[in-house]
Design a protein around this ligand. Structure first.
Ligand code: ATP
Ligand code: MG
Length: 403
């Protein structure tokens, strides 16, 4: 057992001392068996949510409806979820309601893939009724029970299967894959929000290129927002090393760019991305269009698009051109560092200074003056220092009048 589990042992032992069963479950157990870094250690227990809250002094009822209570233990939050089955599935979706049960077996049985249906007790023993460890050793993704039935219950599982391909580099077990091919259209019933979560994880995985191939092969892509008509382009995506991209905004931008999406904002709205993320993607796409039309960065284009968007656009441009992204991004970072100013905030003069110097009322002339200063500072004509800029403005005005 390694550190993240050892730290959580107190939670399991306390539950056991009170007469309940408790185990580590889900993604953390799978990742531990795979020697991957473990993010969240999740715990499943026979105790009902009220019982969990009665035992631990610090709890947060985050999802009582689904049986989840967060327990704070040594300052670390742990999701403790009551063993459960899911109510009747309707419309190929996970139900709103769940039924609490007292048996671990039933809880593992409702889980999606055998590799995700392994429990580990406080002594490090595995409880693995569906041969999840064998699947992990063979590097295959197989549903718990009959794939068709599991996808009819919750169609999102088909997409989860492919995002796990992207994260783990596993193969879909043949029966599981056939069932995805046969039932791809059920994805229509799934909410956009749930699809977006899985799709973002899919784009971020080290094996994203294989996952894109599978999206096309299984035709799942046809039931994703804005992608139905993009078969050819999606197939192209599998030719790229997605792991060269380092943020969610970069990955969406790369996707939109390679898919030739004309109306970025309506495409992103279909996926219900946050306003923040939408803005970031638009900034990167704008930066990308600028650097591609100018063929390279200039001080002015860098300043105009801003550091963050420029660096992301450079990573994408390098990927598209088959160049070494890291080197290009590093070189661009140096170029950015050598700019006298990177944003308006860096300018040593503000609009208020300008009004103080010249008197009168604010108005468009203040913005024009600031722009003039920015350009002069960027071009290295004047230093970014208040008095010098003031003197330069004066000189510039007399000079302009004399011309
Ligand atoms: P990650 O490391 O990306 O979080 P994970 O396996 O922990 O992967 P989660 O979405 O956090 O994935 O889900 C936690 C666990 O809950 C899974 O391991 C699986 O056992 C179960 N699970 C999640 N979603 C479903 C689903 N749609 N159907 C059945 N079981 C599910
Ligand atoms: Mg998880």
């Amino acid at each position: 057992m390694n550190e993240p589990f050892r730290r959580a042992l107190g939670v399991i032992r306390t539950l056991k001392q009170h007469g309940y069963e408790a185990y580590f479950v889900g993604g953390s157990v799978r990742d531990y068996l795979l020697n991957r870094p473990i993010d969240d250690v999740d715990i499943a227990t026979s105790a009902l949510p009220d019982e969990v809250m009665a035992i631990f002094p610090k709890t947060i009822p985050v999802g009582l409806k689904h049986g989840t209570v967060v327990v704070l233990h040594d300052g670390v939050p742990y999701e403790v979820t009551t063993f459960r089955t899911e109510g009747t599935y309707e419309n190929y979706r996970r139900p709103e309601s769940v039924t609490f049960v007292r048996s671990l077996y039933q809880d593992l049985e409702r889980r999606d893939f055998t590799m995700n249906a392994i429990a580990m007790d406080d002594t490090g023993q595995f409880i693995d009724p569906f041969d999840g460890q064998a699947a992990i050793n063979k590097r295959i993704i197989r549903t718990v029970g009959k794939a068709k039935d599991r996808f009819l219950e919750d169609a999102l599982r088909m997409m989860r299967a492919i995002r796990f391909v992207s994260q783990l580099g596993f193969q879909l077990e043949e029966g599981t894959k056939q069932a995805v091919i046969e039932h791809a259209s059920l994805l229509t019933y799934i909410s956009v929000e749930r699809k977006t979560v899985e799709f973002e994880k899919l784009m971020a995985g080290p094996f994203a290129s294989s996952a894109f191939s599978l999206l096309v092969e299984t035709k799942l892509f046809a039931y994703l927002p804005g992608l139905a008509e993009k078969r050819e382009e999606l197939q192209q995506l599998s030719n790229y090393e997605w792991s060269a991209l380092t943020s969610t905004a970069e990955r969406w931008s790369f996707l939109l760019y390679l898919l030739n999406i004309e109306h970025a904002s309506s495409f992103l709205r279909q996926w219900k991305l946050s306003n923040r993320l939408t803005k970031d993607v638009q900034a990167i796409l704008h930066a990308l269009s600028i650097v591609r039309s100018f063929a390279d960065w200039t001080k002015e284009t860098l300043y105009a698009v801003g550091a963050a968007a420029a660096l992301s656009a450079e990573a994408i441009r390098s990927l598209v051109n088959g160049e070494k992204g890291e080197e290009n991004v590093q070189a661009l970072r140096q170029q950015l560092d050598s700019l006298p100013i990177q944003t308006r905030q860096d300018l040593a003069v503000t609009g208020k200074d300008i009004i103080d110097w010249y008197g009168g009322k604010g108005g468009p002339w203040v913005e024009e003056t600031l722009k003039k200063l920015e350009q002069a500072v960027l071009a290295g004509i004047v230093e970014n220092e208040k008095e010098r800029m003031k003197a330069w403005l004066k000189w510039n005005q007399t000079h302009e009048k004399n011309c």
